[in-house]
Design a protein. Structure first.
Lengths: 206, 206
């Protein structure tokens, strides 16, 4: 069984949205071996740091929260598509030829997976492509961008997807993964009333 | 596909170790729909709150940390054993008759899964049972207790298990699950240098 770990590592030095200090994680060592003979820590996490799931509440007023979402959206057969040739943003024309069907979980691999620093021009999903995915009635779309859109007033891509029942996974790490079918595991933590959750995401070769 | 969610819900009011205030989670709403037209939050989590994995560093000086552990220990076929008849702690004599084999992932369901408040007398794993599991060369033991032991000076059960390569999952919720074989998914977050990680844990009926 070959496992691909498609998660970003969570650390104080990880790349965060627009390199903002208030997005950085904070860790506190509560006990350590020298003083206490055991090690315990706490972590303060922005829910959108690193590989994570957005729940509808993130962008839809009174939307569903993370613990209410069906786990089937975050596990099972998934299709990885190679969109590394896309320069700026994913349009309907970039995906209309792909074998995307009802109830699919689709992951878009882009040039983002190769960035080593925060890329202010990261590849994202344009509104027409989001609408296309909604009309296709897919279950889930995942991307290797910190956000499914970039500096769009009103967050239309998020609202098209999350407002129409398409699950969203962000900030995947797909550099090592080729296009193809895999088994995805990417379960959210069961955090009451949260608009998002960090995840460990993996692909298993079929 | 029948899925059993065996995770505790993470919230400000969840039951924490010995009801200690410093173990409680803290949430911060960073943005909300009324003021910002979207919702964003942060959470401060004790790494041992709710359903979680202990890495060796928790109890073993210079032990491995959570991001270094093989994911195979936290997924795959697992055996749930019903030990709800055990009153105080699990001894070797309580498990010696069970079909436990090399490389097994075993979960112990105890009366803890039915507690609605913090139980200062929760059922845990005694040293002789831990040594038995190590000698059996199992991969992983999970239990529905906040800790594999209770108020033991020097934490011998943790050290026997974690010091000898047996993975540990704590604070599972097994009330709805009968004894039997399932597929387990219980992956840790990829947190650099952490001694533990909260998890979403599920069982899939085979």
């Amino acid at each position: 069984m070959k496992i691909y770990d498609i998660s970003k590592e969570i650390s104080e030095t990880m790349i965060v949205y627009k390199n903002r200090d208030n997005k950085k994680i904070v860790r506190e060592i509560v006990a350590n071996h020298s003083d206490n003979h055991f090690h315990e820590s706490k972590i303060t996490l922005d829910m959108h740091c690193g590989t994570h799931i957005d729940a509808p509440l993130h962008m839809v007023e009174n939307g569903h929260t993370i613990e209410q979402l069906p786990l089937e959206n975050y596990m099972g057969t998934c299709k990885v598509f190679d969109l590394t040739a896309v320069e700026s943003f994913i349009r309907q024309k970039d995906i209309v030829h792909l074998p995307i069907n009802e109830k699919d979980i689709v992951l878009f691999k882009t040039r983002n997976s190769y960035s080593k620093v925060y890329d202010f021009n990261f590849v994202y999903i344009e509104e027409d492509a989001a609408t296309y995915l909604v009309n296709k009635k897919i279950r889930t779309v995942g991307i290797d961008a910190m956000s499914v859109e970039r500096d769009k007033p009103g967050h239309p891509t998020h609202k098209i997807l999350l407002g129409n029942g398409v699950a969203v996974i962000e900030d995947l790490q797909l550099a090592e993964v080729n296009a193809g079918e895999y088994e995805l595991i990417a379960l959210p933590l069961k955090i009451k009333n949260s608009e998002a959750s960090p995840i460990r995401a993996i692909l298993i070769e079929k």
